[in-house]
Design a protein around this ligand. Structure first.
Ligand SMILES: Nc1nc2c(c(=O)[nH]1)N[C@H]1C(S)=C(S)[C@@H](COP(=O)(O)OP(=O)(O)OC[C@H]3O[C@@H](n4cnc5c(=O)[nH]c(N)nc54)[C@H](O)[C@@H]3O)O[C@H]1N2
Ligand SMILES: Nc1nc2c(c(=O)[nH]1)N[C@H]1C(S)=C(S)[C@@H](COP(=O)(O)OP(=O)(O)OC[C@H]3O[C@@H](n4cnc5c(=O)[nH]c(N)nc54)[C@H](O)[C@@H]3O)O[C@H]1N2
Ligand code: SF4
Ligand SMILES: [Mo]
Length: 697
């Protein structure tokens, strides 16, 4: 048979590169190298990953006790029939809210999770968003009326100063980093706020090594300097910002001396950063997980958006670009949130988090729609149950029984905080279904494990959750099923198959994912196949300062430095700093027993969260998990490079290997996340070594 060349979108990590894939007779031959220098794919062969013996090939049904690693191979029809029947009977017994769905970090068709669940009648959709960029998306939209689109890397050529706050793109978003390096040649400045001397920090003009968890104080201190030194954009603030006087009053509570004490950052550095960001314009900031994972992350996220606003860097090229939606059928429209009855909405787990839940959603999005004509999809906003609320509810049957869970593209036993709680919850379920590429510690606890088609084996339409008018498309490059070898299915087929069996037939008219995409593209007059040929479609030109015609998509029509949304929801309308729940200042007694501050999860190549630990050539680079620690601290504890060390908090302990780092504050250690060891036995108590080095324990 002749060689076939196709174009697929790679989902191994964040840039979502479109790659050329060569195959023959369904066999993968070669994948074009990525244009990105820091691509983690270069560390192993694609054949090694694609044809890995651990890949799941057929649906599996549990035959032993949960966690015994005893499985029977069944067909897709058997699996879907049985799952549908069990879901129906649990729904009859406990109500539709007894089903939860958990997703990962937008690796697959997550709008379909919501579509299925809304039609099923449960509000309990749970993603990674609330411990990922979801918080930023929600807060930005509340304050700006749209989420600034930071993946427009070309914009960095116009940026004069980039501020990275708890974000390290050389390892996490390589395209952003390459965009910055290009801009740097024209003199673009870089400020990095990070307790670690990350690769970004190394390249920075200013590196602020702060105490973990104190970003809100630092950023409020910078706001105070900018206001006191009158470095803000007076005209923009007067005309387009709501609540400047209240903000100034709040910022006065954060003089640099006090902020320096809280954050461990020298006062002159705080002043220098404030001046640089306010004068090298347009400036823009990008916050990451160092900030998003903080309790009370509203504070730093709001403060960082407010800084960009008061210096007048919003909706200008190279600043915080508000690009608006693409005029096609958006993920949000596919989710059909209105299909979920109001009485069911009210039952969403975690509804005490009002900004993230329906009341906040309605307040924010009705204003977004007024100005943009569409709601902002923003992954994980369509009202999700936060993971801790979901797992607590399952484990304790409180506030009601949640007896069934479907996990598609996530590994909660490794990636969700508090593994012991997740474990207790998963063990107690009546029905647990996992769709994945590989067996994982989470899948080991399932009743059904379904083999998902890899990115090479499926079509995908990508537009960053409608935060940009640009759409990209990749086609299915390899067959997901080869008789006698494997029978994987695309997650689209899974949701459609399950939906049809549960009375949703009219809502799944598209037999294939390609037909589904044709439907979504109809308003643009282009088919999915045509878009694949083009590769990328800019549906309309990027426009700036649109607010001059329409106002901002917020209740006041202005950028809300003082958030009327937060006020209506009963929260403090201004950002503020609160000590972390466990800290040397707030819990000094605890600090006597546990004197060091632990941060986790800094990204590192070649891994992606809990993935690729099966791939031998990659494991050669990191056979075991590593913990960064200052050499002086290590010496005091009698530790040397590469020693195994217990990392212990009041919640649990795991072990990782010592990696010395003399740039770290001696009071701080950093543990990698995502660790499990596929080579360890799958059955309990091992669960592939999930208790050994997994920092979320
Ligand atoms: N301590 C700590 N914990 C963290 C973080 C941290 O920094 N520190 N980061 C958090 C963040 S930001 C995030 S986003 C989460 C990520 O959490 P997860 O999304 O749970 O992370 P992954 O390990 O990528 O798990 C994805 C799983 O889905 C499978 N998979 C990948 N693509 C597909 C697909 O298309 N279909 C199907 N069916 N399966 C697929 C993979 O094989 C893998 O097993 O982790 C969070 N957890
Ligand atoms: N290789 C690889 N790439 C990835 C991923 C992956 O797992 N592996 N995950 C992807 C996903 S889902 C996401 S969300 C992104 C996340 O990408 P980033 O947001 O860049 O995530 P991190 O590397 O976890 O965190 C960035 C920095 O925050 C610092 N930090 C820790 N605590 C604090 C603090 O209190 N304040 C401040 N200011 N900084 C702090 C850490 O030292 C770290 O250098 O990466 C994506 N890309
Ligand atoms: S691994 Fe990441 S950088 Fe490399 S091709 Fe895939 S998406 Fe692009
Ligand atoms: Mo994430």
């Amino acid at each position: 048979m002749a060689k076939v060349t196709k174009h697929a979108i790679c989902f191994w990590c964040k840039p979502r590169c479109r790659l050329t894939v060569e195959s023959e007779d369904g066999q993968l031959l070669k994948i074009q190298r990525s244009p990105i220098k820091a691509c983690p794919r270069k560390y192993c062969s694609d054949l090694e990953r694609f044809y890995h013996p651990d890949r799941l090939n057929y649906p599996l049904k549990r035959v032993g006790d949960r966690g015994q690693n005893k499985w029977q191979r069944i067909t897709w029809d058997e699996a879907l029939d049985e799952i549908a029947a069990r879901l129906q009977s649990l729904k009859d017994k406990y109500g539709a809210e007894t089903l939860g769905v958990t997703a990962g970090t937008s690796r697959t068709y997550e709008e379909l999770n919501s579509r299925f669940l809304n039609l099923f009648g449960s509000p309990n959709q749970c993603g990674q968003a609330q411990i990922c960029h979801g918080n930023s998306a929600v807060v930005a939209t509340a304050l700006f009326g749209w989420w600034p689109y930071w993946m427009n890397v070309e914009k960095l050529e116009n940026t004069r100063c980039l501020m990275l706050i708890g974000r390290n793109p050389p390892h996490s978003h390589q395209t952003i980093w390459e965009g910055y390096l290009k801009a740097k040649r024209n003199g673009t400045k870089l400020i990095v706020i990070d307790p670690r001397r990350s690769e970004s920090a190394e390249a920075a003009d200013l590196w602020l090594r702060l105490r973990p968890g104190t970003d809100a104080a630092l950023l409020l201190g910078m706001i105070n300097v900018i206001i006191e030194e009158k470095l803000y954009d007076r005209e923009f603030v007067t005309k387009w910002c709501h609540g400047f006087d209240q903000l100034a009053e709040r910022a006065r509570e954060y003089p640099v001396g006090k902020v320096s004490e809280i954050t461990w950052v020298p006062a002159e550095q705080i002043v220098a950063a404030a001046r640089m960001f306010a004068t090298e314009k347009p400036s823009c900031a990008m916050e990451g997980m160092g900030v998003a994972h903080q309790p009370n992350s509203y504070g730093p996220i709001a403060a960082r958006h407010i800084i960009s606003a008061i210096v007048g860097s919003v909706d200008v090229p190279g600043g915080e670009e508000l690009l608006g939606p693409a005029p096609f059928i958006t993920e949000h429209e596919i989710e059909i949130p209105d299909a979920l009855p109001k009485a069911q909405r009210a039952k969403i787990l975690g509804n005490q988090f009002r900004l993230y839940s329906w009341p906040g959603y309605e307040l924010v999005q009705s204003n977004v729609e007024r100005v943009w004509g569409k709601r902002c999809d923003m992954f994980g906003y369509t009202c999700m149950a936060p993971a801790p609320s979901l797992y607590k509810a399952i484990a304790n049957s409180d506030p009601y029984p949640v007896r069934a869970l479907i996990t598609v593209s996530s590994n909660p036993m490794v990636t969700i905080p508090n593994t012991k709680l997740v474990y207790k919850a998963l063990k107690s379920l009546d029905l647990y279904v996992v769709s994945d590429y590989y067996m994982t510690p989470s899948a080991q606890l399932a009743d059904y494990v379904l083999p998902s088609a890899l990115w090479l084996e499926r079509a995908f339409l990508w537009n960053y959750h409608n935060t940009t008018p640009t759409i990209r498309a990749g086609e299915q490059a390899l067959p997901p099923s080869i008789p006698g070898k494997y029978d994987r299915r695309n997650d689209y087929d899974f949701w459609r198959g399950l939906g049809i069996r549960l009375g949703q037939k009219d809502y799944w008219p598209w037999e294939t994912v390609e037909e589904y995409y044709d439907y979504r593209l109809e308003p643009l007059g282009i088919t999915f196949a045509e878009l694949v040929k083009k590769g990328k479609l800019q549906t309309k030109p990027f426009e700036y300062k649109k607010y001059e015609k329409t106002g901002f998509g917020t209740p006041t029509g202005k950028i809300e430095l003082y958030s009327t949304v937060m006020e209506k929801l009963g929260y403090d309308p201004l950002p503020y700093y609160k000590e972390p729940p466990e800290s040397p200042t707030r819990t000094p007694d605890l600090s006597k027993t546990y004197p060091l501050i632990l941060i986790t999860g800094g990204r590192f190549h070649p891994f992606f969260h809990s993935e690729h630990r099966q791939v031998e050539s990659l494991r050669k680079r990191y056979p075991w998990a590593k913990m960064q620690i200052h050499p002086d601290t290590a010496r005091e504890l009698g530790l040397a490079e590469d020693d195994w060390v217990w990392i212990e908090t009041q919640h649990g302990r795991v072990m990782q290997k010592v990696m010395l780092d003399s740039d770290l504050d001696p009071r701080v250690v950093h543990g990698q996340h995502g660790w499990w060891y596929p080579e360890m036995p799958g059955e309990e108590p091992w669960l592939h070594g999930v208790w050994v080095s997994n920092i979320n324990v």
